[in-house]
Ligand binder design. Structure first.
Ligand SMILES: C[S@@+](CC[C@H](N)C(=O)[O-])C[C@H]1O[C@@H](n2cnc3c(N)ncnc32)[C@H](O)[C@@H]1O
Length: 276
């Protein structure tokens, strides 16, 4: 009995002297579910959040949060709301502790979860430092997110979905994408301006954010010029049957697009397109 009391007292004394002995200590390289933990360096975190132009209106989600540094920086330095999803329960707890220490728990939280299960569709900005195969596995879900959602990845690409920006710092790369609206297919385009209105068939081909297309002008399939898609913003030009060039710009909202145009003969007007 005396011995037991002595052992308990010694253990209590040991924990007083070495409180850290009872705490989880993260180790770089420790196992996660699909990828180990290696933290993103501060300057890369900074660029990822800057290239995504994070503001206090954003909801940033870091997929595979590690010690929480990206979610914490988004809240602390950019005023955003943020969430980190971390599979390792001890690491998730440690990261939440880091958020508490940083005084950002009103805006940032780290949850224990699996990025292939936990819902992240509400994010306006996604960040990740995973692996090429994991980015590719997540890609269909990311492409199905709201057009305009920004994505920043440390080190790894999205295969043939080319980045809109690549930045490098000290040999490390950060990639950036904007989720494009889905505009592929046939549309009825109505252009109204200069006292006239015209209806034409517009056909758009799309590969991620890259688009091209044609406009039916009688028997002619007139090619579009400078067709551009960025999130839900679309722009393209064409030369009509009277040699007039029209520059159209507008917004995509599901099966409808609309905006304004300017022509090089000085006319201006509006356009609407509806998906067939
Ligand atoms: C390379 S670290 C990046 C950490 C942090 N995002 C950063 O950039 O500093 C990847 C993290 O993802 C976690 N992880 C691995 N598979 C996961 C999964 N399926 N769901 C959630 N987190 C996962 C690992 O435990 C690790 O902490």
């Amino acid at each position: 009995m005396h011995l037991l009391r002595l052992a308990a007292a010694s253990l209590a004394a040991l924990l007083l002297v070495f409180p850290a002995a009872a705490q989880f200590q993260p180790q770089v390289g420790q196992a996660g579910k699909d990828v180990i933990w290696v933290p993103t360096p501060d300057e890369v975190v900074e660029r990822m959040l800057r290239m995504a132009q994070v503001t206090p209106n954003d909801y940033v989600i870091d997929l595979g949060a590690g010690d929480g540094k990206i979610a914490i920086a988004a809240a602390k330095n950019f005023g955003a709301r943020s969430m980190g999803i971390e599979y390792n329960p001890e690491m998730a707890k440690h990261a939440q502790g880091n958020a508490e220490k940083a005084g950002v728990t009103a805006r940032a939280r780290i949850v224990q979860g699996d990025i292939f299960v936990t819902d992240f569709t509400q994010a306006t900005v996604l960040t990740m430092y995973l692996l090429p195969a994991l980015n590719l596995k997540l890609r269909p879900q990311i492409l199905a997110m709201r057009p305009g959602t920004r994505v920043a990845s440390h080190s790894f690409t999205m295969d043939d979905w080319e980045a809109d920006e690549t930045s490098s710092m000290d040999g490390r790369r950060a990639y950036f994408w904007v989720v494009p609206a889905n505009v592929m297919g046939s549309w009825t385009l109505e252009v109204t301006g200069g006292g006239a209105s015209e209806k034409m068939e517009l056909t758009l081909e799309q590969r991620f954010q890259k688009i091209e297309g044609t406009l039916a002008l009688g028997a002619t399939q007139a090619g579009l010029r400078e067709a551009r898609l960025r999130g839900f913003s679309i722009a393209f030009s064409y030369v009509d049957g009277k040699s007039v060039r029209r520059d159209l710009a507008g917004r995509v909202s599901g099966g409808r697009m609309e905006g304004g145009f300017r022509a090089d003969n000085g006319t201006e007007g509006r356009w609407i397109a509806t998906k067939k």
